[in-house]
Design a protein around this ligand. Structure first.
Ligand code: CMP
Length: 141
């Protein structure tokens, strides 16, 4: 079925000028850009987005990282988009991600700096897209 999912190109990938290469891989894989913007997240925005991780050992470093520079937020649309995009991203830890995945190729030295985020379920995709985009700013074409 046609699904939507949320992608975030994280600060390290933005700083390293990898935005274009990452979007190119998404489009080449058949995922359409349905919504797109750059945002420099506030602490409150980052904490709210990662609410489910509040209290975990990595939460504070994650929020510090995600607020360290602008990110690119993308609503993706396509067949089986949630899992298709998860395959393109690779495992959460860049060191464990399969060769040729976004996280293997653009991730940094620690798991936090894993270059991209992706929704993990239809429920989180709906929540995460709505977190950044009003309905009128996500497009089917
Ligand atoms: P992301 O897919 O954005 O979801 C939560 C993020 O927390 C994850 O990618 C990593 O950037 C970061 N993180 C840091 N440490 C861990 C960890 N031990 N397990 C999972 N995620 C982690």
């Amino acid at each position: 079925a046609i699904e939507r999912t949320l992608s975030i190109i994280k600060p390290n990938a933005v700083i390293n000028h990898n935005i274009g290469q990452i979007i190119n891989r998404l489009e080449t894989a058949g995922l359409q850009v349905a919504g797109l913007k750059m945002v420099h997240l506030s602490k409150e925005q980052a904490e709210g987005f990662y609410e489910e991780h509040r209290g975990k050992v990595f939460f504070e470093i994650l929020v510090d990282f995600m607020t360290s520079a602008p990110v690119v937020v993308i609503a993706l649309q396509g067949e089986n988009a949630i899992n298709a995009y998860r395959e393109i991203m690779g495992a959460t830890d860049p060191a464990a991600a399969a060769r040729g995945t976004l996280r293997a190729d653009f991730g940094g030295e620690i798991v936090t700096y894993n270059a991209v985020h992706g929704s993990d379920s239809p429920e989180s995709a709906a929540r995460e897209i709505a977190y950044f985009f009003p309905d009128t700013q996500v497009y089917s074409y």
